[in-house]
Design a protein around this ligand. Structure first.
Ligand SMILES: Nc1ncnc2c1ncn2[C@@H]1O[C@H](COP(=O)(O)OP(=O)(O)OP(=O)(O)O)[C@@H](O)[C@H]1O
Length: 246
């Protein structure tokens, strides 16, 4: 496993308040990592920094694949470099079919001819079928996205991210609002994806984190408080103090 993303000594303040404080974090390819921590710990700001939405005041954010700093890159360029983000609320195109949603999301170099006619190639169809299989929506391709269940919309959005061929996926609270069955499907999907991607999952639901069965990073006041297996961090007095409660 080689390091894909390296964050080193990063800090950012908003109006004098240090939301991220000398944060260091690294993830390899492939790897699954859960990021947990109390409200206001800096989880969202951390993802904002990685995706280029927020620029830190100091520190290094390196995309190890090319040893390139992400700090000088725009959000669009960072996304093209292979970092995909899924926000908590699904934002699929509700009045289009599952198939169309995936087609629109496909990332591919388009020649002028293909772009002009928006041609769907046999490779596109194959890729859409593959992704639909991966996310468990093969039997739903012709359905309107708007009538999918909440869980199915979340999986479709993960599929739309996959269509962009990211190397790193940042997934924000995927289990929120899901049934137990949907949560289990989501955990299994993320574990499968993490066999060939780096996947960072921000989550509050500890049962879900346990099911991910991966290394856990605990953030608190903008820094890493503890890191290791879920059992390791749950036994850490500092984590119990600030997050889990006694
Ligand atoms: N743009 C901003 N301006 C001012 N303060 C901000 C801004 N963004 C974040 N903060 C503050 O930074 C801190 C970290 O916020 P952040 O949203 O990253 O935490 P979080 O761990 O994602 O919390 P939650 O679990 O509630 O989503 C909070 O105190 C928040 O109020």
């Amino acid at each position: 496993m080689s390091t894909l993303l390296e964050v080193n000594g990063v800090s950012v303040s908003f109006d004098g308040f240090r939301a991220i404080n000398n944060l260091s974090f690294a993830i390899g390819l492939p790897e699954l990592r859960a990021v947990i921590g109390p409200n206001g710990a800096g989880k969202t700001t951390f993802m904002d920094i990685v995706t280029g939405k927020t620029k830190p005041d100091e520190g290094i954010v390196r995309w190890a694949e090319s040893a390139q700093s992400l700090l000088s890159m725009t959000e669009a360029k960072i996304a093209r470099a292979g970092i995909g983000r899924k926000f908590q609320r699904p934002t699929v195109f509700e009045d289009q079919t599952v198939w169309d949603n995936l087609r629109v999301a496909l990332s591919k170099p388009r020649g002028p001819f293909a772009a002009m006619f928006d041609r769907v190639t046999p490779e596109d169809r194959k890729r859409i079928d593959e992704i639909a299989g991966e996310i468990g929506l093969s039997g739903h391709l012709s359905r309107m996205a708007g009538i999918l269940s909440h869980g199915q919309k979340q999986w479709l959005e993960i599929g739309m991210l996959l269509a962009q061929d990211p190397k790193l996926l940042l997934v924000d609270e995927p289990a929120a609002g899901m049934t137990t069955e949907e949560r289990n499907h989501t955990a299994d999907l993320l574990k499968r994806l993490a066999k060939s991607h780096a996947v960072v999952v921000v989550e509050h639901d500890m049962d879900f984190v346990r099911r991910l069965d991966c290394r856990v990073t605990v953030l608190h006041e903008g820094s890493v408080l503890s890191e290791g297996s879920l059992d390791h961090v749950m036994a850490d007095e500092r984590v119990i103090e600030v997050y889990l409660g006694r």
